[in-house]
Design a protein around this ligand. Structure first.
Ligand SMILES: [Zn+2]
Length: 405
């Protein structure tokens, strides 16, 4: 039996297996198509001691992130959310001499909103190609993986943070205890870390199974997070739920032990306890929902195809890869995938090798139905695809409820 990656207890049990899956963000070049694509087991486990849902096997970060194709700035929603977050932080910060560090700073989509202030700013972004874009925007960025080692090194260089941002990265850290200890080291005694993680309860309740892929090693409840931070003598000062990525938690973390937010935490912890998140029972309806969606979505796509209509997909995303590969949907149903990101266009999707084109192709190829794989940005995308919808094109939205719009 394996140990829990959070509490180290030997109480980790199988929750759900996707079987062998390709790496969800590893888009293929034409010359890759004749080679054997690597597949790895994708198995979810549950720690019945601390309630952390986690993957059984982890892939080395280097093979996942050294070259990355996800640019946060390609989503207006992400940039606007970041701008709002920064505005809130600025309301509570002294005017000068603050140090702001972001872990997984991507292309500078968030730190750019601090540039007009005279702050010390540092982005930490392991993907070299993406870090280069941030530097073009004058955001100092180092290409490293975050760890206690890096945190100690930065402190030695005189860098300690008033604010650390870490959005959507805690779930990716192979060793979360080392990661959180690194945050503790890097924070000034009165500093704050603002950490966003997708919330396990939203994933389960809304059937967001497609956010499960090799990069996401952990799926956090507040129960598991509380155990994690308190182990490293950090307190959750505040938390709010935000709609990003299908439902996330934004935590404000501090070192100051005297100020706890006991009532708010207790509300979440007792709710999670009542739901029985430590037990497989809680997850059974979720697993049933995945398999129901598999059959109803495939039936829908086959019936559209039988009417001689054309289907494409929108969003060459990691979650799209999980959905298509686990459901076994490929070229027999979907003609191609479109994506706004120029770095993805011309490549092929993992597992099923669908070509990726610019979104205009939906119109020029007169596509009748488009399966929206990036359903978490559906409002933004449906607005952008106004012309396609005017032409009579329709979107099939698979999650949280299968619907046509
Ligand atoms: Zn555990």
């Amino acid at each position: 039996m394996t140990n829990c990656k959070n509490c180290l207890a030997q109480q980790v049990i199988p929750l759900f297996s996707f079987g062998n899956m390709p790496l969800a963000n590893r888009l293929l070049k034409q010359e890759d198509l004749s080679l054997t694509e690597p597949h790895f087991p994708l198995e979810m486990m549950l720690c019945t001691h601390c309630a952390l849902v986690q993957l059984k096997e982890t892939i080395s970060p280097q093979s996942l992130y050294d070259e990355y194709l996800y640019f946060s700035s390609n989503s207006n929603t992400m940039v606007q959310m970041a701008q709002k977050t920064v505005a809130t932080v600025l309301n509570n910060l002294p005017e000068k001499d603050a140090t702001i560090i972001e872990i997984a700073s991507n292309d500078g989509y968030l730190l750019q909103h601090y540039l007009h202030k005279n702050f010390k700013i540092l982005g930490i972004e392991p993907a070299k190609n993406i870090a280069a874009f941030a530097r073009l925007k004058n955001i100092p960025t180092i290409s490293e993986y975050f760890s206690t080692h890096l945190a100690n090194q930065l402190v030695k260089e005189g860098m300690q943070a008033d604010i650390i941002h870490a959005n959507n990265v805690l779930a990716h850290a192979p060793d979360i205890n080392d990661f959180v200890q690194g945050i503790k080291i890097l924070l000034k005694p009165k500093g704050q870390a603002i950490i966003e993680v997708p919330y396990l309860l939203k994933l389960v309740e809304q059937g967001e199974f497609d956010t499960i892929y090799h990069e996401h090693v952990y799926y956090f409840s507040l129960t598991a997070l509380e155990a994690l931070f308190s182990r490293h003598h950090l307190i959750i000062k505040n938390l709010i739920e935000i709609p990003i990525h299908g439902g996330s938690l934004r935590l404000t973390i501090e070192c100051n032990q005297s100020q706890s937010s006991a009532a708010l935490l207790e509300k979440y912890l007792s709710h999670e306890k009542k739901l029985d998140i430590h037990s497989l029972n809680y997850y059974q309806p979720f697993i049933k929902k995945i398999n129901n969606l598999k059959s109803t979505l495939k039936e829908l796509l086959y019936s559209i195809k039988q009417q001689g209509k054309k289907i494409a997909a929108y969003g060459a995303s990691a979650k799209g890869s999980t959905l298509l590969n686990y459901f076994g949907i490929g070229a027999e149903l979907i003609d191609f995938v479109v994506d706004k990101s120029p770095t993805k266009q011309g490549l092929y999707t993992p597992g099923n090798y669908l070509p990726i084109y610019p979104p205009e192709r939906l119109i020029t190829e007169k596509i009748d139905f488009t399966l929206l794989l990036t359903w978490n940005f559906f409002e933004e995308i449906l607005k952008e695809q106004f012309a396609y919808r005017e032409m009579g094109g329709q979107f099939i939205i698979p999650i949280p409820q299968l619907e046509i719009k």
